[in-house]
Ligand binder design. Structure first.
Ligand code: UGA
Length: 454
């Protein structure tokens, strides 16, 4: 199929490259010329495993192009909108200006029969509003939220764990999937909904053939599915971090607690890792935008708990800083602190709302001599916080009074505590991700401090 992808950030660039890999003819559009130049040369503007290989393969095969000219979408029949919806500068709601600009830019180039597919995470009600703008062109809108995780984005796009299509439905009680075939009648909008489903099934033919679960629903549900999923994940993480807070005062161990409750299949062990908390470009801003939208809808109380989820999460950063200061005898002033990790999670160079970077900045603010390191995120961190000192792992560790692990990269997990003890000045480690082998570190003479650990 001929596909355009508007917006080539984390979501759009991966989507464009993955669609080309699936055999489609793809053009990626972005207003950022530098990004387009980089992508056109097969260079990913951010770190994402497998993406460079996919970009090069698509470009060499002639099935993947990038442009900053919206007119180049001409000829495409499916237009994915994958622009960002960051938190508003003044407020907690989502900033929809990029989505609105993308639709406005796309409108003059839409042909009757085209399908516009929203992938951006938006407040519920957005698709309905956009459909009213799009439909007069003869094109139609579907909403198809994305559930990819950074670090696994290519795999999650090519082999998703589920597909959700939000389509126009006049009669919400009618199941679109079970509608009679086109000749079977039904209103114009039901025919269109059926057509949208057929087009998306062709786009995702490989996943459909692999029996990937598919939920066809209305616009509002599809928009809510996305924010509900992220809200649930954020709540799960903050739940275990709340347990960590209790464990800390009760002399219990949160990792053993997580293992024990995680054996209950209804609970599950995934996303029960206590530590410095969640960050990134999605979970934090999505729970805030969800709360703001629920308040607009007069149902703020229904998701008021998300404010607590946010508060617990942010408290974990305070706690890590507090543990470091306490371990240093009450002041971090002029102490050398090795901060291992800057990205919001491993296998990413993304520092948006990163707890790790936040901890480094706060310790620096307390007068500590912070040397921060990360396998991929130093360049981004330097741009945002040039006041910090950055270095290799060895440079960070040399002569450090304390070591703070805040992103669980494999190379930090596998550090040899025996060897390290001879490099640092103070054998104290704060494990902000509960990712180190406690027995090995203690055995090597380290004072090990975890979060919610005995
Ligand atoms: C998240 C969701 O997991 C994806 O399903 C969703 O598609 C995506 O947001 C999005 O909205 O685009 P992502 O932001 O890539 O994906 O990161 P996650 O793997 O969810 O991790 C989020 C944060 O939670 C990280 O800072 C991670 O370190 C933290 N985390 C995760 C914990 O603190 N504890 C855990 O047990 C798990």
């Amino acid at each position: 199929m001929k596909i355009s992808v508007i917006g080539c950030g984390y979501l759009g660039a991966v989507h464009a490259a993955s669609m080309a890999q699936l055999g489609h003819d793809v053009i990626g559009i972005d207003v950022d010329r530098a990004k387009i130049d980089s992508l056109s040369q097969g260079k990913a503007p951010f770190f994402e495993p497998d993406l460079p290989e996919l970009l090069i393969a698509g470009i060499e095969a002639g099935s993947l192009r990038f442009s900053s000219d919206m007119a180049d979408v001409a000829g495409s029949v499916v237009h994915f909108v994958a622009v960002g919806t960051p938190q508003q500068k003044s407020g907690t709601g989502a900033d929809l200006s990029y989505v609105d600009a993308a639709i406005e830019g796309l409108l003059p180039h839409l042909a009757p029969g085209d399908l516009v597919v929203g992938k951006s995470t938006v407040p519920v009600g957005t698709a309905e509003r956009l459909a009213a703008i799009i439909e007069p062109t003869g094109a139609q809108l579907a909403w198809n939220p994305e559930f990819l995780r950074e670090g696994y984005a290519v795999k999650d796009t090519i082999s998703p764990d589920r597909l959700v299509y939000g389509v126009r439905r006049e009669d919400p009680s009618a199941s679109v999937a079970s509608l009679p075939p086109a000749s079977g009648g039904g209103g114009a909008s039901r025919q269109e909904a059926r057509r949208a489903v057929a087009i998306l099934n062709e786009v995702y033919a490989q996943a459909i053939a692999a029996d990937t679960p598919l939920v066809v629903t209305d616009y509002a549900t599809s928009e809510l599915v996305k924010v509900a999923a992220n809200a649930f994940l954020a709540t799960k993480i903050s739940f275990i971090n709340a347990m960590a807070e209790i464990a800390e005062v009760a002399g219990a161990d949160v990792t053993e607690l997580a293992d024990a409750i995680g054996y209950d299949a209804r609970i599950g062990r995934k996303f029960l890792n206590a530590g410095v908390g969640f960050g990134g470009g999605c979970l934090p801003k999505d729970i805030r935008a969800f709360t703001a939208r629920a308040e607009e809808l007069g149902r703020g109380e229904s998701v008021a708990f998300l404010k607590e989820v946010d508060a617990i999460n942010l408290r974990r950063r305070d706690r890590v800083v507090e543990l470091v200061v306490d371990a240093l005898g009450g002041s971090a002033f002029q102490k050398k602190v090795a901060v291992l990790g800057l990205a919001f999670k491993p296998n990413s160079d993304d520092i948006r709302d990163s707890p790790a970077l936040d901890v480094a900045v706060r310790l620096h603010g307390l007068g500590a001599h912070v040397v921060a390191t990360d396998p991929e995120a130093i360049a981004n961190s330097k741009l945002k916080h040039p006041q910090l000192a950055f270095g290799s792992t060895a440079e960070a560790l040399k002569g450090a009074d304390i070591v703070v692990v805040v992103t669980e990269w494999n190379e930090y997990r596998s550090l040899d505590p025996v060897e390290l003890a001879s490099v640092v000045d103070g054998t104290i480690v704060v494990d902000g991700r509960n990712c180190l082998d406690v027995a090995a570190w203690r055995g090597a003479g380290w004072r090990y401090i975890g979060l919610g650990r005995r």
